[in-house]
Write a protein that binds this ligand. Structure first.
Ligand code: MGD
Ligand code: MGD
Ligand code: MO
Length: 771
């Protein structure tokens, strides 16, 4: 990877989020991507009842959205797909893989859309065109030759629609394995694994309508102005109605301060802005668990005080009695917890904890939202369960205007999991598959993302097939992951655009170009829609409307169907017929999942339908049939505690997050406007007192070196120090440049999610001379 010196600057951002700044960026992106005239109109069809689901994020659509219900970053995602630039066989003929590896992720992305299926030729070190049928035959040959189906692993990134995902899991299980690593393993896995233990289902309990009735919003570890810009519309409306909004985040994200809505012409013209968050609480990294537990403890104290004063109690005792179990033990644990430990571990002063708890108590209808700031830590699962506990104490789950709102990332990551992209499938699901399709599905749990990497390193997995995404760059421990992929006999990537994963090859390698969601998907002359499920469990149809980037592209669904046909034959399932008629796949989905009854009819309604979430209706699908309070202790023996014991205050904790100009590993541009960073990506945010303590200066270059106990040196070189409003002992940088610092086995307990937001590191002044 090249590390050309970056030339940029730091300049604090003083404007509201969105507004004209965002519209200007929209225009810049359309020009940069050379989006052809006809494709502009795509933007007006984004998240419209008869249009396509925005591939940007999983935030739901408003039912009667205005035509301007698109956002700057949604436009970037659409423009990136609608670009007129192409990566053709001629492009590959002109570049060896070794040469391409020298280019930055940003440069790779800029080459445009893939047009042809390609196979790697080791002799020339180049990709060459291959016929689709030959590509499928090559894959089938590898899969059939493996000693066991468990020697192959099948990755899914969350853009894949329900039909392709359903067919993919069916094919892979009929082939014989549950090896389903997916992007969710690196994302909301602690949510999906944690919530079933408290409320019985790993999904959020609110819908957009609840935001209209909420008077208090707690936003934990999320940067919506960048990552879920359409959420800003809801936050704006809530704020204008007088709701109290609190951001709980080590960074005081500017995008949550003030907002000008691009959807409201008057607001744009008059430059009027809405103040969004009224309070910013800045815990230290991974301090949320202690903070939330402290709020729960404070709530018990306040309840005691109220009762002692002869007032009504502050707990929802009726809810606790009727709906929950485990409260007495949970309360006893809170009472026994030490304030000193909670203050120390959260990094939040006691007065602020009291203020925040008062806001929570005052809220009649409270919604708690969260993003990667809560999930990418060792203790993520228990943090999410603690938040669930806190919300249950006041009955803030399962009623209008209140509830749990995990905010998912990829536009169909939730749907893919619903469809069975799951390495730990339930028995009930497998029994159903067995019955409907008359085969014996594999019962043993499969490999997740981190386990897949380890299995490739150990030689247990020999074939990697990726349905989208950028496995090599999204995963932790980049050097090890590269080594793992390079040990495979075959690596395959189904993709829209070139990325580094395509260049980190097994002995044989394929790139299979596919349609993006914005493109017309014709099967036998009939346009096909795909269904997706958003973060609030709304399922709807999405139809592409752009001409495909090349006439060689196959849809993801067609690719799965043809691969299954080539590998398994069509004795049991008529794969090719399914690949050519997505409504027929939906009929099978309906047979496997009761909640999808009358799927084709219901999804034909504009806006689709809401997939029932039992906890939203206070039906608790837990072992006890009740919502469960789960006590958890503060962990004082984490790798970070141990590293700090060794290195003292010089030990820093690093989070890796997204800049405003990227979509995960796809780098659209080099600015992070709201954080005031322009033209730079290799920066590290640091508190001024830590600079002084370390004897470093703002604007100096440092290397980041992880502290881990496996004798592997993990170093990221030459990052510009940027003095920033961030708690002491904490650092912030962008991913994926920093993924090499995340040790492979540093994962969330009970969820396996890489701890991308709590990496223990030391800073060393860079050896290279400043440029
Ligand atoms: N434009 C754009 N949109 C996207 C994406 C994108 O890359 N670009 N990615 C999509 C995907 S897959 C996802 S998962 C979502 C991600 O959306 P977010 O969850 O917003 O993702 P991040 O930028 O990783 O980090 C979020 C916030 O967590 C804070 N944070 C870090 N550590 C902690 C902590 O210990 N505690 C607390 N309370 N906060 C912390 C950071 O300061 C940051 O503000 O966005 C989706 N949408
Ligand atoms: N250090 C660190 N690492 C992280 C994170 C972090 O915060 N910090 N976040 C994690 C999170 S939340 C996630 S979700 C993962 C994301 O991990 P991935 O989902 O694997 O990564 P993306 O960057 O979203 O994948 C981008 C690629 O997907 C392909 N693509 C785009 N659209 C389509 C499509 O419609 N079909 C197909 N087949 N391919 C398509 C393009 O080729 C593009 O290059 O990264 C994780 N990694
Ligand atoms: Mo994500």
């Amino acid at each position: 990877m090249n590390k050309k010196p970056e030339t940029g600057h730091i300049e604090p951002y003083t404007h509201p989020a969105a507004g004209w700044g965002a519209l200007k960026q929209v225009a810049i992106n359309l020009v940069r991507e050379r989006v052809a005239g006809g494709n502009y109109k795509t933007l007006l069809k984004q998240n419209q009842p008869d249009g396509f689901d925005c591939p940007g994020c999983a935030w739901p659509d408003r039912e009667h959205a205005s035509t301007f219900e698109f956002c700057e970053n949604g436009v970037k995602a659409v423009a990136a797909e609608a670009t007129s630039k192409r990566v053709t066989p001629a492009f590959f003929a002109a570049h060896t893989v070794t040469e391409l590896l020298e280019q930055s992720d940003y440069e790779l992305e800029q080459h445009g859309r893939l047009t042809d299926p390609m196979v790697y030729d080791a002799a020339s070190d180049k990709y060459q065109a291959i016929e689709w049928d030959q590509a499928f035959a090559l894959m089938a040959r590898h899969l059939q030759a493996l000693p066991s189906p468990d020697a192959a692993t099948f990755y899914t990134s969350g853009r894949t629609g329900n039909e392709a995902a359903f067919l993919f899991q069916l094919f892979v299980r009929m082939y014989g394995t549950n090896n389903f690593p997916d992007c969710s393993n690196m994302c909301h896995e602690p949510t999906s694994r944690g919530l079933p233990g408290t409320v019985g289902i790993g999904k959020g309990t609110v819908t957009l309508e609840d935001f209209e009735h909420a008077d208090t919003l707690l936003i934990f570890g999320q940067n919506p102005a960048t990552n879920h810009p359409r959420m800003m519309g809801e936050l704006r409306d809530c704020a204008r109605r007088g709701a109290t909004i609190v951001s709980i985040n080590p960074l005081r994200e500017r995008g949550l301060e003030r907002f000008t809505s691009p959807a409201h012409a008057l607001e744009m013209l008059t430059g009027s802005t809405t103040h969004i968050a009224s309070l910013f609480i800045q815990p230290k990294l991974a301090g949320d668990f202690a903070l939330i537990k402290a709020m729960a403890k404070r709530l018990v104290e306040r309840d005691d005080e109220a009762l002692a004063a002869g007032q009504a109690g502050l707990l929802d005792r009726e809810f606790i009695e009727r709906h929950t179990s485990g409260y007495p033990a949970f309360e006893a644990d809170l009472r026994a917890e030490s304030w000193d430990v909670l203050l120390q571990e959260s990094g939040v002063p006691r007065e602020q904890i009291e203020q925040l708890t008062d806001i929570y108590i005052k809220g009649r209808n409270v919604i708690s939202t969260w993003g990667m700031g809560l999930t990418q830590h060792k203790g993520a699962l228990k943090t999410i369960q603690m938040l669930s506990n806190l919300m249950m104490m006041r009955g803030q789950i399962g009623r209008k205007g209140a509830g749990l709102c995990p905010v998912r990332g990829h536009s169909n990551v939730q749907g893919d999991r619903t469809m069975g992209i799951e390495e730990k499938p339930t028995k009930a699901f497998l029994d159903r598959l067995q019955k409907v399709f008359n085969f014996e599905p594999p019962r043993e749990h499969g490999l997740d993302t981190v386990d897949s990497i380890q299995a490739m390193l150990d030689g247990r997995v020999k074939v990697f097939i990726g349905m989208g995404g950028n496995f090599a760059m999204a995963t932790p421990d980049t050097a090890l992951t590269f080594e793992a992929l390079r040990q495979c006999a075959l690596t395959v990537h189904v993709a829209t655009k070139l990325n580094r994963s395509h260049l980190v090859l097994g002995k044989e390698a394929l790139i299979l170009p596919t349609l993006g969601r914005t493109e017309i998907d014709l099967q036998n002359g009939v346009p096909q829609g795909v269904t997706v499920e958003d973060s609030m469990s709304m399922v709807h149809l999405s139809f592409g409307m752009n001409k495909p980037a090349s006439d060689k592209l196959l849809s993801e669904t067609a690719i799965v169907a043809k691969l299954a046909h080539a590998t398994l034959g069509s004795g049991k399932v008529d794969w090719l017929a399914l690949g050519a008629d997505y409504a027929a796949i939906r009929e099978l989905i309906e047979k496997v999942f009761d909640d999808f009854h009358d799927f084709n009819a219901r999804v034909a309604h504009p806006g689709g339908f809401h997939l029932r979430v039992a906890s939203r209706e206070r039906e608790w699908r837990t072992a006890s049939g009740r919502a469960q309070f789960v006590p958890h202790a503060v962990d004082l023996d984490t790798p970070i505690h141990r590293a700090r014991a060794l290195h003292g205050e010089r030990l820093m904790v690093l989070m890796t997050a997204r800049s405003h100009d990227q979509y995960n590993t796809t780098i659209y541009g080099l600015d992070d406007r709201y954080r005031g960073v322009f033209g730079l990506r290799r920066v590290v945010f640091i508190n001024q007192d830590d600079l002084a303590m370390l004897g470093l200066r703002n604007g100096e270059y440092v290397d980041l070196v992880s502290v881990w106990d496996d004798n592997v040196t993990r170093r990221a070189e030459r990052f510009l120090l940027v003095e920033y409003d961030i708690p002491r002992g904490c650092l912030g940088a962008y991913f994926p440049e920093t993924n090499g610092l995340v040790p492979l086995h540093s994962t969330a307990d009970g969820a396996g999610t890489p701890t991308s937001k709590s990496i223990p590191v030391l800073l060393e002044r860079s050896a290279q001379a400043d440029t």
